[in-house]
Design a protein around this ligand. Structure first.
Ligand SMILES: Cc1cc2nc3c(=O)[nH]c(=O)nc-3n(C[C@H](O)[C@H](O)[C@H](O)COP(=O)(O)O)c2cc1C
Ligand code: SF4
Ligand code: SF4
Length: 254
């Protein structure tokens, strides 16, 4: 069984791991540290889980490109997972389902789970929590049963998930991490940045045109030199905290 995820701030990885905790023989592929650069063909007998963080109600564009270009199924079962920061996952799950079906998988289960918002970290702070992890493990058990019952030769009726399959254009996020005086120029952030937005020869810079605001550079920096700053960010963060205060719960689809 293959578990593929993209997780700059770690919550999508934690979600994928909680779901697959009772599964045997799981091989992980982290698209942040090990991006797809050549075709990966999943045999029909091997289930796949694909877990994506939700960016602007969709899956991250660079993951979409990678999966579309290099991932190939052979009619086997897949589980689609969207992890979002307690605002909404909008069309991300529908998009991921369609992408996986188009790539030769049969999506037998899907789930949307909540995690701490990676830009506005006071939203859903500390999630996934115990209650989330229990729901994730329960979802994993149900998925395992669906996968065991899956017959590739049988008729496949696509599951119905929430969200539109008619995708709207994506609006980018206007905030990007800035670098403060604590930076030692170790270069770790530049090496990890999935968008090539931090120049190796001057890691104090962030190229706002390239940056996808994923937060990997903030997480990896050993001296906490990178952060979101500025009045516009603070104002939006405060508004978001109010708007997204109500706890949302996991939503599961079979
Ligand atoms: C660019 C960007 C856009 C986001 N858009 C949304 C969104 O539309 N809805 C939402 O609830 N959370 C949104 N989030 C929050 C993430 O979906 C959430 O924090 C995610 O689980 C982060 O995954 P990670 O910890 O694996 O990096 C966004 C985060 C980023 C970085
Ligand atoms: S510079 Fe932007 S894209 Fe690169 S790691 Fe930091 S937040 Fe992510
Ligand atoms: S990881 Fe931190 S200390 Fe190292 S170059 Fe990047 S910002 Fe500077």
């Amino acid at each position: 069984m293959t578990s593929i995820y993209f997780s700059p701030k770690g919550t999508t990885q934690a979600t994928a791991r909680a779901i697959t905790s009772a599964w045997e023989g799981v091989t992980e592929r982290d698209l942040l540290t090990e991006p797809l650069r050549e075709p990966v063909v999943i045999p029909a007998g091997e289930p796949v889980l694909v877990a994506m963080p939700v960016y602007a109600g969709r899956i991250p564009g660079l993951c979409r490109e990678m999966l579309e270009r290099y991932l190939q199924g052979s009619g086997g079962p897949a589980v689609a997972v969207a992890v979002y920061g307690n605002r909404d996952y909008d069309d991300a799950l529908a998009e991921l389902q369609d992408l996986l079906e188009a790539k030769g998988f049969r999506v037998v289960a899907a789930g949307a789970f909540v995690a701490e918002h990676s830009i506005f970290t006071q939203v859903a702070a500390g999630r996934p929590d115990e209650r989330d992890r229990a729901a994730m493990a329960g979802f994993g058990t149900e998925c395992r049963e669906r996968i065991a019952a899956f017959r590739p030769e049988g008729a496949h009726t696509p599951i119905v998930v929430k969200g539109s399959h008619d995708l709207r254009p994506v609006k980018g996020v206007p905030f990007h991490p800035a670098c403060g005086p604590a930076c030692t120029k170790c270069g770790q952030c530049a090496r990890l940045c999935p968008a090539g937005a931090i120049p190796a020869d001057d890691p104090t810079v962030t190229d706002g045109e390239k940056c996808i605001s994923c937060g990997a550079c903030i997480r990896v920096c050993p001296v906490q030199a990178r952060s979101y700053q500025g009045e516009a960010y603070a104002k939006t963060a405060a508004g978001f905290a109010v708007k997204c205060a109500a706890r949302r719960e996991p939503e599961l689809f079979f």
